[in-house]
Design a protein around this ligand. Sequence first.
Ligand code: SF4
Length: 492
Amino acid sequence: MPSQSRLRTGTPDTGRPREACGIFGIFAPGEDVARISFFGLFALQHRGQESAGIAAASRGGSISIHTSMGLVSQAFREGDLEALKGDIAIGHTRYSTMGAPKRANAQPILARGPNVTLALGHNGNVINASDLRNELTGWGLSFDGSSDSEVIAQLYANAPARNWPDRSAYCMRRLRGAYSLVMMTGTELVGVRDPLGIRPLCLGKFGDGYVIASESCALDHIGAELIREIEPGETVVIDQAGVHSFVWPGARSQHAMCVFEHIYFARPDSILDGKRAYATRLAMGAELARLHPVDVDLVIGVPDSATAAAVGYSRESGTPYGEGLVKNRYVGRTFIQPDQKLRDLGVQLKFNPVPEAIAGKRLVVVDDSIVRGTTTPRVVKLLRKAGASEVHLRICAPPIISTCHFGVDMGRMTELIAAQRSVEQIRAFVGADTLGFLDMPGLMRAVDVDDNRYCRGCFTGIYPIPVQLDMDKLQLERPTAVAAPKPIGVRS
Ligand code: SF4
């Protein structure tokens, strides 16, 4: 008997790694900053779909915040945007990698300290948040939610410093992990990228004002111009006098941006490390074609993230490219689990094959990754059912053998199929005729930057900083541990 199915609301189990968050900020006196933030968040929706929020303030005034569960389009009504008046705004769209997906963890988060009141939006994952939270509790601070982001907000608001360079230097010395931040006070917009630069962050010009966003695609959508990517360890402060930038001297020269941003997370029209993600993915597909050639009739990609790599494979191999799978972009908030019949239906709701394009054909199917291996067998099955005579799977990333600690939810080590099985065993499990992964040298050639600049931990098990191997994303949901003693000379 199949187990009883239940209806769950939340991000659907796509079997894919899930990004932590998208962040956006704007300093533009005289503009409708809340509405512009809304459009900016819309462009960053792919980075998080559980909750969304915007904070705004007029010059010197108090900060108003609206947050809600759901997609950006569901989180705001016209009246919510009209109520968020101001010259400065920040916005956030969340997928939880630490702390449960609940309203108290939605962002932006407000934090008050002795020297500054700020609102904060965070993308990433801080791996020593539990220790810091205990320490801050010992200072007499309390927490409304269970996210690492609230720990960062409290740390910045209560840092023993009176200006942003000192505040950031203090916090960068204490925080370990991934944190791209947007923050605002009543007079300033602030962007921070952690010293390893794990998550992206960029700065743009918007009329007489400025914007900060996780990805440059958000700038394009609001008509802003990309100035540059924010450097690892850099704090950018924007106020009435213009842009001020400080790089923490302790920022390591060996940066470690997440290479998965290039493979999958970032939108293909975004610029990462000075290069359009679409061009990088074309190059990944070409590398894959050289590494794993096969005689077939058609190359297709699993939409949308593998489309560019499939085009690259097709061009390099000389095999025609076609659209064999159509994606329903509006499968979203409700998903049915856990019995097999309904899980298969879930994949059918998301992808539909085009039989006329693939019937009787030998296919190369390019995908971006195999994480738990839950979706891939169903995609292969759909293609065979639609008449494909052969299905050769090509993955434009190496096998994922270790979990992520820096803001990407891949599940636990025991759930990662490549941590448990050989390539041949995975091939048999997914039901493909052949299976080929991109190797690390090919991936590094495709991103075309010095390979020391990337975190590749999920492919190698070697991380840019020491990590606790099996981390629990709900660790801050547990009752607070005994508070650490107040550190001498840290806070009055
Ligand atoms: S472990 Fe993987 S997903 Fe996580 S930051 Fe490193 S490269 Fe990115």
